[in-house]
Write a protein that binds this ligand. Structure first.
Ligand code: UDP
Length: 361
């Protein structure tokens, strides 16, 4: 079986790494399976791309489509045009896409129109929020996917509601967590640890990059000023996403507790999360990682496509207002850490399950 693996943005790199390892393991056991790795170039900054390839030992892509940034339509269209040529020149039996970025949807459409089977890893999750580009990517991708790999039984149920044949839905667990388990003994402190005098369990990690939080400069500033005040002496490490950085520009914010740093590599970032007091974020992936590491997570969104991080894990859905964050964070400070567990099959073996299943197709 010849598989083309698609990867394009930071969360994709983290998800594709263990899938490649699982394929290589099968190859060593003598299975007839080969892969071609295609990087669409959706994320191309060193901090968001190369570092992840290096740290997670992802092989150099066989092809880089180098689409770079653009509006939603420009980027999606550019990926489709380039990926169509890529597939024509390098035919395969199956295209495997992960997650919910523009590359996921664009490459799924192109593959399907060339009558190539599509596998979607992280299928079926839904926020119900059609203002999120990712939700549209999820729905479109799942409407043409052949093999669905899900992270939860709820995601599988969502697909059943859409009329997907149960024989094509496979609840396998979470590849992002495969990467976490594969790397937990490699994580290390960032160079600023001593300079900032960070102490284990005594700082907060903050990440914000969703349009709903960062696209309006004034509300972003209000949020940051509110978090700075709420932190009350605890340092807040803020690896700033290029999108957020572009909005803030040269604005001088005079914050006492928030410390801006570059987007972190995976191994430093996991170290920072694992040793933190709490995390404030609008990322979906981070709410999964904090769940597994048992770190309290406050999600600055009105909804989540990963409800198990709330019902089983450590995630608290805050909404986007600073007032709500102050209230919920205050309650957490009073009541202490909430009990949490790890969702079913988030055991580090999802990628192996996926490849075992694909080899039977
Ligand atoms: N991440 C990282 N360094 C950072 C911020 C995030 O390694 O400075 C990792 C994070 O742990 C998670 C992934 O990038 O595994 C999530 O990326 P992002 O928040 O961009 O995407 P989302 O989860 O919102 O789709």
């Amino acid at each position: 079986m010849k598989i083309t693996l698609v990867t394009g943005a930071r969360p994709n790199f983290i998800k594709i790494a263990p899938i490649i390892k699982a394929i290589e393991k099968k190859q060593n056991e003598g299975a007839t399976i080969s892969y071609r790795l295609v990087h669409t170039g959706q994320h191309y900054d060193k901090n968001l791309s190369d570092t992840f390839f290096e740290e997670l030992n992802i092989p150099k892509p066989n092809s880089n489509l180098e689409v770079k940034s653009g509006s939603q339509a420009e980027q999606t269209g550019a990926i489709m045009i380039a990926f169509e040529k890529e597939l024509q020149q390098n035919p395969c039996d199956l295209v495997l896409v992960v997650g919910d970025v523009n590359s996921t949807m664009a490459c799924a459409i192109v593959a399907k129109k060339q009558n190539i089977k599509v596998a979607h890893v992280e299928a079926g999750i839904r926020s119900g929020d059609m203002t999120m580009p990712e939700e549209i990517n999820r729905i479109v991708t799942d409407s043409i996917t052949d093999y669905f790999f899900t992270t939860s039984t709820l995601a599988s149920e969502n697909l059943l509601k859409y009329g997907v044949d149960p024989a094509n839905i496979h609840f396998v667990g979470n590849v992002m967590i495969d990467t976490l388990y594969q790397n937990l003994d490699r994580i290390f402190e960032p160079i600023f640890w001593n300079e900032f005098e960070l102490e284990t369990r005594n700082y907060i990690i903050l990440t914000l990059h969703r349009p709903s939080n960062v696209d309006q400069e004034q509300s972003l500033i209000k949020l940051l000023q509110g978090i700075d005040k709420m932190a009350d002496g605890k340092k807040v490490i803020f690896p700033i996403h290029p999108r957020t950085k572009a909005i803030l520009g040269e604005t001088n914010l005079e914050l006492k507790n928030i410390l801006f740093v570059e987007p972190q590599g995976y191994l430093n970032f996991m170290y920072l999360i694992k040793n933190s007091f709490a995390v404030i974020t609008d990322s979906g992936g981070i709410s999964e990682e904090t769940t597994v590491m048992g770190i309290p997570c406050f999600t600055m969104r009105n909804n989540t496509e990963r409800p198990e991080t709330q019902s089983i894990g450590t995630n608290t859905l805050v909404g986007t207002s600073i007032e709500n964050l102050e209230k919920l964070f205050g309650e957490f400070l009073k009541n202490g850490k909430r009990k949490a567990g790890i969702p079913e099959l988030w055991d580090g073996k999802a990628s192996e399950r996926i490849i075992d299943i694909l080899l039977q197709k």
